[in-house]
Design a binder for this molecule. Structure first.
Ligand code: GRF
Length: 211
């Protein structure tokens, strides 16, 4: 069974979705940079070992990343999953887990990398928004895209309603992508990720609809 490690910083709803998805894998550790992260309890409630490594206890980003790398390597993960992990990672970490490190981002990348994606999508007036699962590289939110899910931006949306609509898709998409990786359905070559799964191509969607 493949060994999964999950890094979080906050409430852990994506973590919960992954833990409840019945994936054919072993969750070997959940690690948070914030000891107060509610997601640690999401893991513990399901009997998954969870630990905190407080970044404030380290003198530099590199020192924290070195400790984080060591803490994870002790669990020999096959895949490291960033599920709402809010720290920018440096080379020491990225090199240790290159090709087996994925992240979920709440926008249709390459649109809106970084923070406050829902507010920026509303400000930009985009009509479709969504989420992206991608491999992590040194470029912030810029690594090879594995899969995306889109939702409409409705006329009366505010940040909260839009975030809720996207989050429901995050939970579906993340578990599906991890399943594909576990089943060896994802390749990474020349900086491009491909999913080798049966393609179901529903009718193209647009919003607003046109005849
Ligand atoms: C999610 O929207 C994720 O895409 C972003 O941070 C949020 C984490 O939410 N990176 P949760 O902790 O999984 O509930």
């Amino acid at each position: 069974m493949k060994r999964l490690a999950v890094l979080i910083s906050g409430r852990g709803s994506n973590l919960g979705a992954l833990l409840d998805a019945g994936l054919p894998a072993q969750f070997v550790t959940v690690l948070s940079n914030d000891p107060a992260a509610a997601g640690l309890d999401v893991a513990r409630a399901r009997g998954i070992p969870a630990q905190a490594l407080d970044h404030r206890a380290f003198s530099s980003r590199e020192a924290f990343d070195r400790a984080l790398t060591d803490a994870l390597q002790a669990h020999a993960p096959d895949l490291v999953i960033l599920a709402g992990f809010m720290r920018v990672l440096t080379a020491v970490f990225l090199e240790a887990f290159a090709g087996r490190l994925i992240n979920i981002h709440p926008s249709l990348l390459p649109a809106f990398p970084g923070l406050h994606t829902h507010r920026r999508a509303l400000d930009a007036g985009v009509k479709l928004h969504g989420c992206t699962v991608h491999y992590v590289t040194p470029e912030l939110d810029g690594g090879p895209i594995i899969a995306q899910a889109a939702v409409p931006v409705l006329p009366d949306d505010d940040e909260r309603t839009l975030a809720t609509r996207v989050l429901a898709q995050e939970h579906r998409l993340f578990a599906q992508v991890v399943r594909w990786i576990l089943e060896d359905h994802v390749t990474l070559e020349d900086g491009r990720a491909r999913v080798l799964a049966p393609v179901h191509f529903p009718p193209p969607a647009c919003y607003p609809e046109f005849p």
